[in-house]
Design a protein around this ligand. Structure first.
Ligand code: GLN
Length: 486
């Protein structure tokens, strides 16, 4: 990695503002890093070399702007977020040639802050998956071990940040898709509270679960990006009117002394791999040695979360994806002889296997006769899960748990067993059901695999500042992960 690419976002933004680095220099360094690594990592779907260089040159011409915190900072964006004039596919064939005429809210905020979007990152098709193997285009490789999966669905975002192709990426998290790839690649990822970041311009998967958030290499970087993208947006009816905060400024001064971290027993039971458990244990011992108090809490319905999540997510997906009919949205099959054939062939050719599976299951749980047995029940259990989270959070400052039951697995090893893949989300998806924020960060390496282990801090609604401050304090006492060797 060149010197520039190994800087943190906070450091590079500072150098850009001071004028010790130019926007063109930094953008060129990231493009060179992309050229050097992309053939092996395959983190990206579309690279906008020309647009990025042109913007960087224009920024340099105008000079650094103190009012734009990400002035000249190269970033990548998951291909589920609409980017004006830049192809946006959601890693699906059905959107292969889609070039949006508008920016997603979070993308617009990045641009207003002066960021340079260098590329759109790979993902599982429509964000449905946990390994980025469901992309219609290619599989992304984990930069820490190219034979391993980067996690998903924001695997391209996590890989591109980890390998130094950019200083931050935006991802989306419906059931863990920011936190889990961050954990598997060894970077930081935040799923904000539902409503904290506008979903305007996000290609919808499960609308009551989806949230946009940053992936970065440090907690402070994550706070910087959140400050830029959080905020009210009247174009998203679920966007919170609550003012956002200067999360980076609020990082300082937090001591672990007296911080109460709730450890839900259910997250440390069978199914958790021994090396992940041990790495978490070591991190918890360290935190305790620095004055944190570990509190035993219960989340009894954790086991029901997977079934509940997959019913709700698939129901919402089947409804959201109905719009891709070859007429209103998406590629159109041709030639066809009638309307029904147009619908059937456009969708058959455009969607991948996992997406089809979820549309069918979603339509099934919403159908009359089954709605009460599945969808309504799931909605009821969802409320119980949320209440349990709120009760547990009343006993502590934040919950602290593993992110993934295992470290990164071999590419292809779960590819034809969707159920096993769904089980990988056991520790992340209940938080989306509850609508609460979660910060995933590396805490060490697995003793056998030597691959990153991540833990997540989960908090009350809109407690992002608190989570980031605790995460930042933890980052100071935990051993830093070395950059990947690629
Ligand atoms: N792996 C989960 C799923 O496939 C979560 C994906 C996500 O958060 N987008 O639904």
């Amino acid at each position: 990695m060149t010197d520039i690419c190994s800087l943190s976002l906070t450091e590079v933004a500072c150098a850009l503002h001071k004028g010790t680095l130019s926007a063109v220099e930094v953008t060129k360094a990231c493009l060179a890093r992309i050229a050097a690594t992309e053939a092996r990592v395959a983190a990206l779907i579309t690279v906008d070399e020309e647009g990025a260089l042109a913007l960087a040159a224009a920024l340099d011409k105008a000079g650094p702007d103190p009012a734009r915190p990400l002035w000249g900072v190269p970033v990548t964006v998951k291909d589920a977020l609409s980017t004006k004039g830049l192809r946006t596919t959601a890693a699906s064939r059905i959107l292969e040639n889609y070039v949006p005429c508008f920016d997603a809210f979070a993308v617009q905020k990045l641009r207003e802050a002066g960021a340079v979007i260098v590329a759109k990152a790979n993902m599982d098709e429509f964000a449905m998956g946990s390994s980025t193997e469901n992309s219609a285009y290619h599989t992304t490789h984990n930069p820490r071990d190219l034979r391993k999966a980067p996690g998903g669905s924001s695997g391209g975002s996590a890989a591109s940040v980890t390998v130094g192709q950019c200083f931050a990426s935006l991802g989306t998290d419906t059931g863990g898709s920011i936190r889990q790839p961050a954990a598997l690649c060894g970077c930081v990822g935040l799923k904000p509270t539902y409503g904290r970041v506008s979903r305007y311009g996000v290609i919808a998967y499960g609308s009551s679960l989806d949230q946009v958030g940053p992936l970065t290499r440090t907690v402070a970087d994550c706070a910087h990006v959140l400050s830029v993208i959080a905020g009210h947006d009247e174009r998203d009816a679920t966007s919170s009117p609550r003012p956002s905060e200067d999360y980076a400024a609020l990082l300082q001064g937090k001591s672990l002394k007296g911080t109460r971290l709730g450890i839900p027993r259910e997250f440390f039971g069978p199914g958790l791999d021994a090396e992940v458990r041990d790495a978490c244990r070591q991190a918890m011992d360290k935190a305790e040695a620095h004055g944190a108090e570990l509190v035993d809490v219960r989340l009894p319905h954790t086991e029901a979360a997977i079934a509940t999540y997959y019913i709700i997510a698939m129901a919402e997906a089947s409804s959201n994806l109905a719009r891709y009919d070859g007429v209103r949205y998406g590629r159109r099959a041709s030639p066809v002889s009638n309307l029904e054939e147009l619908y059937v062939r456009s969708r058959t050719e455009g969607f991948g296997q996992e997406v089809k599976r979820r549309i069918m299951l979603g339509a099934y749980v919403l159908s009359s006769g089954y709605y009460d047995a599945y969808y309504r029940k799931a909605a009821q259990v969802r409320r119980i899960i949320r209440d349990e989270y709120l009760a547990a959070l009343n006993q502590c400052d934040a919950l602290w748990t593993p992110v993934s039951p295992v470290t990164a697995w071999d590419l292809g090893s779960h590819a034809d067993d969707p159920l096993q893949m769904y089980l990988m989300d056991a520790y992340t998806l209940s938080l989306n059901l509850a609508g609460l924020p979660g910060l995933s960060m590396p805490v060490g390496l697995g003793a056998n695999s030597h691959l990153p282990v991540g833990m997540q801090l989960m908090g009350k609604a809109f407690a992002e500042a608190e989570l980031l401050a605790i995460g930042h304090a933890l980052e100071q006492i935990l051993p830093p992960l070395a950059p990947p060797e690629i």
